[in-house]
Write a protein that binds this ligand. Structure first.
Ligand code: FAS
Ligand code: PHB
Length: 389
């Protein structure tokens, strides 16, 4: 088989790129090691920046998102018995949309199926080859046969554990990482949200987040030790702990119910540099990871795709390599700003016992300053809604 672009990974990165390329008349094949249902079963992000919303509209699959997504004009921080609402719309003239990654992925998959573009699921041992030259190819195993796809470019949209970054180890790849000493225990439940906006809670027992997927489905998180196990948490134990960490009136408003998903995710900050290796590009989680505190992971994947798509489009339509050559630097500039913001929000809202008494006092002073400074709130707001592409 031959195509113009092989995309490894059918998550948000791979799907958004595949659909943008299709719209521009550029042929792409997506490979994934699992199937559609498995991908849709993963519960991940919940907040979209306007840039991500714009890409869905540019592709032409934003109708359901606009119908079901919730526009949020503010978020709240709670700490030391206080509450501070960050007026996103008033401070930035922008907003965020609450719409689950699962639904966004479903919309993209349905759109791709509607025009018959190729996605090969259950592709095992996907391996990029000869991407240092101008005739790269990808091999994979399926139904007991080794298959080969020749192409012009390979987009590594295969997440943190995928083969693309592994294929460039030792080829000048530099990585930068910080692993946080805790995880997030998340629960998804078909219960109405406790508050109309998201609440990030800094509490002596640990961080908590009240989020949502719709007016009837809520997503909650509590900070847990790294060695904690999801089996140790009954639903009741989770609801009790969440209610201890959020403001009293919110605790009162929490509607409990059976969890339809419950999992613990570790938190790390990670960046791989550069993102371009010949004709192989690292995109989204394949190139970087952020702690979810700033709601940046999915949205950074979207801006990577925006930059790479512009480069590939210019290559095919104008035979210019400028965009492709600029991809890594352009993407990394926005990536590092989002990494900083996500690290900052995580340090601000979580308990770090290893920072000692002084570190705790600094955190309290930063929150006190934030609560009283429009300049500080504006800085938080413009990062939360998403810096310009
Ligand atoms: P993805 O990981 O989504 O997709 C990669 C795809 O590549 C997958 O479908 C995988 O099956 C495929 N793949 C992997 N290895 C392969 C191989 N060998 N061969 C073929 N295919 C292969 N972000 C937020 O903004 N907010 C959150 O609350 C949030 N929560 C998260 C919770 C968890 C547990 C995780 C892991 C991430 C979370 N994220 C969150 C970040 C997440 O949303 C990512 O940023 C987003 O999925 C990135 O999309 P992709 O780059 O497409 O990577
Ligand atoms: C979510 O709804 O899953 C979510 C929202 C905001 C975050 C992280 C996760 O910062």
């Amino acid at each position: 088989m031959r195509t113009q672009v092989v995309i490894i990974g059918s998550g948000p990165s791979g799907l958004i790129l595949g659909e943008l390329l299709h719209k521009a008349g550029i042929d792409a094949v997506i490979l994934d090691r699992v199937n559609r249902d498995y991908i849709l079963g993963r519960i991940r992000a919940g907040v979209l920046e306007t840039g991500t919303v714009g890409l869905m509209d540019e592709i032409g699959c934003g109708a359901r998102m606009h119908r079901k997504g919730l526009i949020h004009e503010g978020v709240e921080l709670s700490f030391s018995g206080r509450r501070c609402r960050i007026d996103l719309a008033g401070l930035t003239s922008s907003t965020v949309m609450v719409y689950g990654q699962t639904e966004l992925t479903r919309d993209l998959m349905d759109h791709r199926e509607s025009h018959g573009a190729t996605t090969i699921y259950n592709a095992a041992d996907v391996t990029p080859h000869d991407f240092d030259g101008d005739r790269p190819y990808v091999t994979y195993e399926k139904d007991g046969t080794t298959h080969r796809i020749d192409c012009d470019f390979i987009a590594g949209c295969d997440g943190y554990h995928g083969p693309s970054r592994a294929a460039v180890e030792g080829r000048g790849l530099e990585t930068h990482e910080m692993v946080y000493p805790f995880g997030w225990l998340g629960v998804l439940a078909d219960v109405p949200p406790a508050h109309e906006e998201l609440i990030y809670a800094n509490h002596p027992r640990g961080f908590a987040l009240c989020s949502q997927r719709s007016l009837t489905r809520s997503r909650y998180y509590v900070q847990v030790p790294l060695d904690d196990r999801v089996e140790a948490w009954s639903d009741d134990a989770f609801w009790d702990e969440l209610r201890r960490r959020v403001p009293a009136d919110i605790a009162e408003a929490v509607v409990t119910g059976p969890s339809i998903e419950k999992s613990i995710a570790p938190l790390r900050s990670f960046v791989a540099e550069p993102l371009t290796f010949g004709r192989l590009f690292l995109v989204g989680d394949a190139g970087h990871i952020v702690p979810p505190t700033g709601a940046k992971g999915l949205n950074l994947a979207a801006s990577d795709v925006h930059y790479l798509f512009e480069g590939l489009r210019d290559f095919y339509l104008d035979t210019s390599r400028a965009g492709i050559d600029a991809y890594s630097a352009r993407a990394l500039s926005r990536i590092w700003k989002a990494e900083r913001f996500s690290w900052w929000m995580t340090k601000l809202m979580h308990r770090f016992p290893e920072d000692g008494d002084f570190g705790q006092k600094i955190q309290e002073a930063e929150l006190d300053y934030l609560a009283g400074s429009i300049a500080a709130q504006t800085a938080l707001a413009e990062n939360y809604v998403g810096l310009p592409y």
